[in-house]
Write a protein that binds this ligand. Sequence first.
Ligand code: ADP
Ligand code: MG
Length: 364
Amino acid sequence: MATIKAIEARSVHQIQSGQVITDLCSVAKELVENSLDAGATSIEVRFKNNGLDLIEVQDNGGGISPENYENVALKHYTSKLSSYDDLTTLHTFGFRGEALSSLCALADFHVVTAQAHQAPKANRLDFEVSGKLQKTQIVAGQKGTTASVGGIFKRLPVRRRELEKNIKREYGKVLNLLHAYACISTGVRFSVRNTVGKTKNVVVFSTNNNPTTKENIANVYGAKTLSALIPLDLELEFEPSHAMRRIESDGQSNKIQVRGHISRPVFGEGRQTPDRQLLFVNSRPCGLPQIAKAFNEVYKSFNVSQSPFIFADFRMDTNAYDVNVSPDKRTILLHDAAALIESLKTSLAELFEAADQTVPQSQI
Ligand code: ADP
Ligand code: MG
């Protein structure tokens, strides 16, 4: 019989890294989230060749302190969480300490970072494939951190080939994800650039350090988008389902606020653009297919032939959901999703009933 033995550490690292960084979107997501966690008010994302050659995220956040250089890319080393209990009160995007370590395993990765007192000197950090710090070098740099990811998936040839084949589609998905971060991040100047062939550093989109999400949406999608939108401002309150009552012994009802913007419920204001449906839980962009479906269903009963633009942030207690479902943290488990959706549908129908339902002049 074959002997049962442990997989060597290097292979385990490769296997696990491929689950944290699954595609181009995860690279951009992890780096942008790190910048937001570092308190950045300016974030620039630069692509070369749609991300195939390089994805680089530069921020003006707090930087990494020299005593953390050794640990920054080691697996499960994080400055954000120290015990499992902290997960329920988490207010940062990151907490698993896996992103940088995974990028070391899958790409050419390095960081340039400076804290305020170090600038205009910064440190360039290079890492081994394992995430161990290989060398540091003093370079010029402003306060903040630049993380550079070259040749993503070079050590996973099958995935690299898939990415090359589908790069246009993958790049489109990354832009949609970045739209979500840019729109939700008030008080942050976001800019995204791409260099393809001779067209160098073209600005793909940018936001302007706006105080409101409305202005961010105008920057990202164009000011015209706003005229079709009404504010989304709902208070959902519902009794916990039977199963949840057993877990939450205090038996309190759930309260969730929904803040954002949605298309007016009339023909001409809705658009057939599923990529313009942005959902968030406590400002964390996430795919919530059941909730998106509920929005679309209710909207369809007012405007049969079009889909709405949706920008909706669900604000709730941090123990009303679980982000720790998958290593890439893209799946969010909402406790009591069914009751939430029922309550959402009722409130949405009331909102649309009360909204101005005159068809815009341009459509008559
Ligand atoms: P996590 O975000 O889960 O902590 P990461 O692997 O993404 O794990 O990052 C590891 C650590 O590196 C973070 O906890 C943080 O201390 C530091 N770090 C990463 N990116 C930045 C950045 N842009 N600015 C400042 N610190 C950073
Ligand atoms: Mg992180």
